[in-house]
Design a protein around this ligand. Structure first.
Ligand code: S3P
Length: 173
């Protein structure tokens, strides 16, 4: 089985994914890390030097490759991965993959990303709190239609990481 975590930026996909993999005795992979090592650049550098369209193409190819070659894996996707091309469709039709949407509310996301905008190219240019709030609100609304297609949904707000992992495990078995 491949457990695929989807959700908006800062929804906890990587930290939850690591702990979940540990509890299941599975490997863990973050798709952004996979792209960074295959390209030899950080995500920010890829956006800057080659642009978002190039990044989305690599993201899609990387998803295919990982889904094809893996088993007993927890895979954390980037926030945009399920929302481009037919990535969500491919996840849903993959015989061995189960997707889980880590659902996080706007205030919690805003609180988490406020101090780390620099490493997130899609929001790095937003100068004011108002601009960030407006962007995240609209963006999450647009993306929710993709996230909501996941096999399971787990609300992460105010939940301790161990509790989130327990909830995911209960849904998997
Ligand atoms: C993106 C989210 C990022 C990364 C890239 C684009 C997005 O991943 O893939 O900056 O489109 O939401 P995280 O969700 O891990 O921050």
């Amino acid at each position: 089985m491949i457990v695929v975590l989807v959700g908006y930026m800062a929804s906890g996909k990587s930290s939850v994914g690591r702990l979940l993999a540990n509890k299941l005795g599975y490997d863990f992979m973050d798709l952004d890390d996979f792209i960074e090592s295959s390209e030899g650049k950080t995500i920010t550098e890829i956006f800057e030097s080659k642009g978002e369209i190039y990044f989305r193409k690599k993201e899609s190819e990387s998803l295919d490759k990982v889904l094809q070659d893996s088993n007993r894996l927890v895979l954390s996707l980037g926030g945009g991965t399920p929302c481009y091309g037919n990535n969500m469709e491919r996840l849903k039709t993959h015989k061995n993959a189960i997707s889980v949407y880590l659902k996080t509310s706007i205030p919690v996301i805003l609180h988490r990303v406020a101090n780390e905008k620099a490493k997130r190219p899609l929001i790095a240019h937003l100068k004011t709190e108002e601009a960030l709030t407006e962007f995240v609100g609209k963006h999450l609304f647009e993306r929710s239609q993709f996230y909501n297609q996941a096999d399971h949904i787990v609300v992460t707000d105010n939940n301790e990481i161990n509790h989130i992992v327990e909830q995911i495990i209960l849904k998997l078995y």
